[in-house]
Design a protein around this ligand. Structure first.
Ligand SMILES: CC(C)(COP(=O)(O)OP(=O)(O)OC[C@H]1O[C@@H](n2cnc3c(N)ncnc32)[C@H](O)[C@@H]1OP(=O)(O)O)[C@@H](O)C(=O)NCCC(=O)NCCS
Length: 202
């Protein structure tokens, strides 16, 4: 098995590890890790340089904080680190769908035909990204969210748990959609949107 270093050891990092550790030799790195800490029997290092041959390993940014996720991904990409797309065993990736480096597709999630998921984005547990959807870099489609066909989602967008985006709508960069919201029309101003239909609160 090849080595996968997951940056972070919080809830999202554990979710990623649990989904892929059957096919990767997983190590965690997190400066908040406790001495001798292990997760699923796998070691947590406080310092990347302590992991043998870390530069030749594969990497994944395992934080749900999208600002930090982007920062670390950019920094390590510049150092030439490799970021595979990680796909849980029971996720479905339809024909013609494209996943860029650093993507995570969680347990039971679905990425439809001809959809495109940008670098370092998350399609979390049981989320649906339907046909011809585009998800921008570093964005997060949270657990059980549904994104209908032809939707365009920008970079660093968070679609909250169980939210729905109806078909053919566009959402610009740096938008947060609250849990359970329903987006029924284009969103072009960065901010936080909640409710049914989704309206801007911040
Ligand atoms: C929308 C969200 C980002 C707002 O967080 P926040 O900026 O801290 O805002 P607050 O909690 O101060 O709430 C502001 C107002 O919006 C309301 N609100 C917050 N989230 C809401 C939601 N999802 N739907 C409807 N109303 C919501 C609050 O009740 C509050 O209303 P009030 O001013 O009348 O009291 C957050 O509540 C949310 O839904 N996050 C999604 C988390 C998620 O899905 N995580 C999944 C990870 S896999």
């Amino acid at each position: 098995m090849e080595t996968l270093i997951i940056h972070g050891c919080g809830g999202h990092a554990r979710s990623v590890a649990a989904s892929v550790m059957h096919e990767w030799d997983v190590f965690f790195v997190d400066d908040n890790g406790r001495p001798d800490e292990k997760i699923f029997g796998r070691p947590v290092f406080r310092d990347l340089e302590m992991i043998p041959a870390y530069e030749k390993a594969f990497h994944h940014i395992g934080t749900g904080d999208l600002v930090l996720k982007k920062k670390l991904f950019d920094e390590f990409s510049q150092r030439g680190f490799r970021f595979p797309a990680l796909i849980a065993a029971d996720a479905v990736i339809a024909a013609g769908a494209r996943l860029e480096p650093g993507v995570f597709v969680g347990a039971g999630a679905y990425v439809g035909p001809l959809a495109h998921v940008g670098q370092n984005a998350i399609v979390n547990t049981r989320a649906v990204v339907e046909h011809d959807v585009s998800v921008g870099c570093h964005s997060h489609i949270s657990i059980h969210a549904s994104v209908a066909g032809y939707v365009r989602i920008g970079a660093r967008v968070m679609i909250g748990a169980g939210a729905t985006v109806i078909d053919k709508v566009s959402i610009s960069d740096d938008v947060v959609i609250g849990a359970g919201a329903v987006v029924v029309r284009e969103i072009s101003i960065p901010g936080t949107y909640v409710g049914v239909p989704a309206r801007r609160i911040k």
